[in-house]
Design a protein around this ligand. Structure first.
Ligand code: COA
Length: 258
């Protein structure tokens, strides 16, 4: 892969979008490489958590590649949006935790990529926004849907219609990011949170992601049905027995992903 780097640090896969000359803009090749990276990580038992970040000092991802977008036709435009939506959906439904470490500009497709992650941690230098209307388009990688679900329609429309960029503190205040930390602590904070999640029962973590991400797209009753089914399913695992036994024996659980 040319534009996406991966490094497995003892179970935490760091996925870096790395085209710093264009602030890590997502051209078709980069989107495809992201797909490859996540497909490989899905099957790889040595990967237990993913942290997604941007190469260089300035950007997480500054959006879709405007050079490429400027050439789109109605047909290729629709296909581009559908391909991006499919890949971002697979990130959102990834069975292991995915944390966005937002190290700079997260604009347009970059903001949409962060929205597809399970948890967002931002450096105090980060700026986020959906500036598509300034280019005469709208977000096309799920941003209109995920932003409205995360923030409510009012705030989502304000950001989408103005195209304004907001700083990390404001993003935290409105719930767009979970946490803001000094730039030099970003990766350590993301890794620490990833490792904390990795210390929990992995099958339970997987079920929790599914219950929240799939369940919240269902009518409430069906979401609750999914929750109860997954809850019951976990009773069949060795990890449940170990987790409860360890509690009763006042020791740390040794989960085996079984
Ligand atoms: N697509 C393609 N190229 C991009 C890009 C994008 N989304 N974002 C930045 N770049 C390129 C710039 O064209 C520039 O290339 P050049 O050095 O060949 O001129 C390089 O990255 C550096 O960007 P520059 O604009 O000079 O940096 P800046 O610090 O002055 O501004 C931004 C940073 C992020 C504010 C500005 O680059 C920007 O507005 N980018 C577009 C954001 C956007 O609209 N994204 C949504 C796309 S749907």
């Amino acid at each position: 892969m040319e534009n996406v780097r991966t490094e497995n640090r003892d179970g935490v896969l760091i996925v870096t979008v790395d085209r710093p000359k264009v602030l890590n803009a997502l051209n078709a090749q980069t989107v495809n490489e992201l797909r490859q990276a996540f497909e490989a990580a899905r099957e790889d038992d040595a990967v237990r958590c993913v942290i997604l970040t941007g190469g260089g000092e300035k950007a997480f991802v500054a959006g879709a590649d405007i050079g490429e977008l400027s050439l789109m036709t109605p047909i290729t435009g629709k296909a581009t949006a559908e391909r991006g939506q499919r890949i971002f959906h697979s990130i959102e439904r990834f069975p292991k935790p995915v944390i966005a470490a937002i190290n700079g500009f997260a604009l347009g497709g970059g903001c949409e990529l962060a929205l597809a992650c399970h948890i967002r941690i931002a450096s105090d230098k980060a700026q986020l926004g959906l500036p598509e209307v300034t280019l005469g388009i709208i977000p096309g990688y799920g941003g209109t849907q995920r932003m409205a679900r995360l923030l409510g329609k009012g705030k989502a429309l304000e950001l989408i219609l103005t195209g304004d960029r907001i700083g990390a503190e404001e993003a935290e205040r409105i719930g767009l990011v979970n946490k803001v930390v000094p730039a030099d602590q970003l990766m350590a904070t993301a890794e620490e949170m990833g490792r904390k999640i990795m210390s929990r029962g992995p099958l339970a973590v997987r079920a929790a992601i599914e219950a929240v991400m799939s369940g919240s797209e269902m009518p409430f009753e069906e979401g609750q049905f999914l929750e109860a089914t997954l809850f019951g399913l976990l009773a069949s695992t060795d990890d449940m027995k170990e987790g409860m036994k360890a509690f009763l024996e006042k020791r740390t659980a040794d989960f085996k992903n079984r």
